[in-house]
Design a protein around this ligand. Sequence first.
Ligand code: DC
Length: 234
Amino acid sequence: MNEKKIIIAIDGHSSCGKSTMAKALARQLGYVYIDTGAMYRVVTLVALRKGWIENKIPFTKKIIEGLKDIQITFKWDEKEGKNTTFLNGENVEDEIRQLEVSENVSPISTIAEVRHEMVRQQRENGKNKGIVMDGRDIGTVVFPDAELKIFMTASPEIRARRRFLELSEKGEQVNLEEILANVEGRDKIDSTRAVSPLKQANDAIILDNSELTREQQLDWAVKKVKERLKENDC
Ligand code: DC
């Protein structure tokens, strides 16, 4: 593919396979992949470890003060063949995917100062383009000028089943109804929060992958990238 690089913003509901597609696309294009949900999960993990969340209510002031001590980095794990998230150099990839973190992350991601700091770091990562970033506000807030914006979705039932299988495969004891409730609850918080709610950017293309295989959705995305590169005369 062409030399010039673009920014690809992938937003959408939780557990609809954004990161799977974003990772595959980045690999295929030789781009950097940034999982912004992982960044909010890391902040949540720190808050849980420090006892800054009680009954799902975050101690906002403590969390904001703690932000300066959180350094988030990503590394490609050759052995596992996956992107890995680090908190101050500690591999927290598995821990941030656990249900306890999923159940507490939405309220953390509504804190304006947390979002502000995460967006600052995300923009820093994307300044040289050649990036695929997934999240909720990438096409609307982080990179409103991204050359390609994709808004992904799938039905809540399908998304819950996918997450259930993912966690079960890792040996976690999980319950499908609980996961469905979590998926629906997060949809609601993500779409109705005051700061940067999840919404489709006007110029985003919708991808409903309820009935698509991973290969089909990747082919679809690669085609869109080629179109954009051509349109942008890259
Ligand atoms: O994509 P995920 O499930 O790992 O995201 C975890 C949470 O972080 C999700 O509930 C919404 C929030 N999030 C966000 O508010 N903005 C982003 N750019 C990415 C995730």
